[in-house]
Design a protein around this ligand. Structure first.
Ligand code: E4P
Length: 216
């Protein structure tokens, strides 16, 4: 499963990129606002930190303006992936852009029926938001299973990008279901490294090593 970082914070992306585990980045208008930076500058810097796709989102609601915004976004770098909302205009934009060879991430997906539409529109990625789904009393992981089943039934190549990931269990469940990608805040990705027994093990080994009086 590919790991994308869901952030516009350069230092966090640099740190994760250095682990060699980072396959791409997703941003959204809220994350850009949180960074307090110019969207073009921050997107350009992120694109230089990974060779993988970097999702940059349009903010228009109509197809014609979405296409104009996409043109501006895709000129920022070759690895920009245009993020469009799961609406009729968003999917029209998706169809036009992917037909032209541009990567598209269809975002704000909350049902398997919507995911089916995104695949039919030729989306490169579809982003079902599991955390927000759970927050509203639905089962986010059931949504991922349903999409996996439907995509496999028809051989759709659209990658399932599990988004709105809140914790390690989401990551694990997404991997068990066979999701293609997950995007999570850096804190969640870093949390995956942690295990109390790993920490205790290191502590014990170092204490015993100190008793030997040796150094490597
Ligand atoms: C995905 O591309 C979105 O940026 C993101 O996962 C949204 O997550 P949130 O529900 O934590 O805002």
């Amino acid at each position: 499963m590919k790991f994308f970082a869901d952030t516009a914070e350069i230092a966090d992306i640099q740190e994760l990129a250095a682990t060699g585990l980072l396959d791409g980045v997703t941003t959204n208008p809220s994350l850009i606002a949180k960074s307090g930076r110019d969207f073009k500058d921050v997107t350009r810097e992120i694109c230089a930190l990974t060779t993988g796709p970097v999702s940059a989102e349009v903010v228009a609601l109509d197809h014609a303006t979405m296409m104009k915004e996409a043109e501006i976004l895709r000129k920022i770098a070759d690895n920009v992936c245009i993020k469009v909302p799961l609406t009729i205009d968003g999917l029209k934009t998706c169809k036009a852009l992917t037909s032209d060879g541009t990567m598209v991430n269809v975002t704000l997906c909350f049902s398997a029926a919507q995911a089916l539409l995104a695949a039919k529109a030729g989306a490169t990625f579809v982003s079902p938001f599991v955390g927000r789904h759970d927050d509203n009393g639905f089962d986010g992981m059931q949504l991922i299973s349903d999409i996996r089943l439907i995509y496999d039934n028809y051989g759709y190549e659209t990658e399932i990008l599990v988004a709105s990931v809140r914790h390690g269990i989401h990551v694990l469940e997404a991997a068990k279901i066979g999701a293609d990608v997950m995007t999570a805040p850096p804190s969640v990705i870093k949390g995956l490294f942690k295990h109390i027994l790993t920490e205790k093990g290191i502590e014990g080994f170092l204490a015993d090593w100190a008793k030997t009086g040796q150094s490597i």
